[in-house]
Design a protein. Sequence first.
Length: 196
Amino acid sequence: MRRIDKPSDSKILLDKLLYKVKGDNKKIAETLCTEQNNICAYTETYLGRTDKKDIEHFNPTLKSTEADSYQNWFLVKAQWNSEKAVKWDSYQPILHPTDSEFEKRVVYFDSEYITASPIDQEANNLIKLLKLDDPELAIERRSYLENLKETLELSGKPGQQYIDDLLKTRPSLVYFIRAIQEELHIRVNFDLLKTK
């Protein structure tokens, strides 16, 4: 997982979109999907057409209150949303996904996420609540990176060019963004998608 950027010029803010419990929130979901580049905010896996996607209220206690807002909404795979919802109270205090120090506090190391400091309770709680330490997800991430490294080597292209080209031609194959950036030292430049 990487820090989630919430742009101040989001269509959600500009159009003053409000989440409606049991209402039509399609515009919010579509905007979040675009802003997150079709990547699940928590797992960093691709949000494909066949995936059940949820607008996740990071702090579920804010849902249906005036305090609920764009800063609390993320698009995630439904499985992660349903597993998280019932555990919120057990993992407090918690690091927010938009925290400016996120990558310094939740460290990516060898396909896993750990806290930079063993006493950082907020970061530790986030890892446990969102199951960033899920063994199956770590195996999937590791396998993806190994395959990407092999494909990159076979392509004969420099790493940055290969990822740039892949983003332009088959963006659904570019996910686990933080792993790519930290393990391969390649910038995933989603701005390339905006020029289409």
